[in-house]
Design a protein around this ligand. Sequence first.
Ligand SMILES: C[S@@+](CC[C@H](N)C(=O)[O-])C[C@H]1O[C@@H](n2cnc3c(N)ncnc32)[C@H](O)[C@@H]1O
Length: 287
Amino acid sequence: MEKDDISLSDKEFNLVKKRLLEVAGISLSNAKRTLVISRLSKVMKKLSIDSFTKYLDFLDSAKSTKIDKQNFVNALTTNLTRFYREDHHFDHLISHIGKVIAQKPRIGANGRPRLRIWSAGCSTGQEPYTIAMCLISKYPELKRWDFKILASDIDTDVVNKAAKGIYPESELAGLSPERARIFERPGDGTIRIPKEMSKTIIFKSLNLFDPWPIKGPFDAIFCRNVAIYFDKPVQDKLFSQLGDVLAPDGYMYIGHSENVGRNSTKFQLVGKTIYGSLMSQEKSNVA
Ligand SMILES: C[S@@+](CC[C@H](N)C(=O)[O-])C[C@H]1O[C@@H](n2cnc3c(N)ncnc32)[C@H](O)[C@@H]1O
């Protein structure tokens, strides 16, 4: 506990857990108690609220704004990510999209070949930017395609940060010179994503348990290290819905400690945490 931290009773901790589960599907374990205290104490201090009971009452009252309710969620998400995380996924993606380009691209309403990828739970953006950098540098012709990456997250703070596309140079640690060379380096200690790559990405704040504004189909879905924060029934529901918007020849990439649970009729495992769609063309939604 830090000196300014506000004490949290068992009853209050249970109410925090219940609220987060209801609004974000996130299950907090008892091990997260210290994290809850330190992160929410900062939020409460800004509001001049000195107890968790008062804070929870405030969130339930008409006095709290949408931003106050959002700040509760933002404070409790875990946003760890990095460029090229689990890079075997990107090798697979490059090969998959190579086949899409060579075989039978879908043609969009605008007459251009269409490619759609979703980074669901994109955090501060390293995942969707890695997708864009890998694909555009390998297949420059995609610049002429109707190619869009949807990058979404429930946490509005990380989405705003992601949309800026500016990171400290330390993010290059561990990247090969070939990968590091793609970033722009303005000389002020930051690295930036080249416009020709960042412009393919649409950033959006989206709770995966609210209605989705997009029907797909997606040629690839990255939903990595997101479901680990949900309990089993919630994970099953999420992967089932993702299966419905994945293209029949599409792939879904998930985190190293995750699996699709009861959705074995929708996906087949084709590689380490890589799933191919088992849905037929007719069942797939087409927007
Ligand atoms: C650990 S990060 C994973 C980032 C990236 N996918 C990766 O693997 O590097 C998990 C992200 O899931 C987001 N998240 C958690 N619950 C969510 C929900 N209900 N809807 C959308 N995003 C959620 C969090 O805000 C967080 O940014």
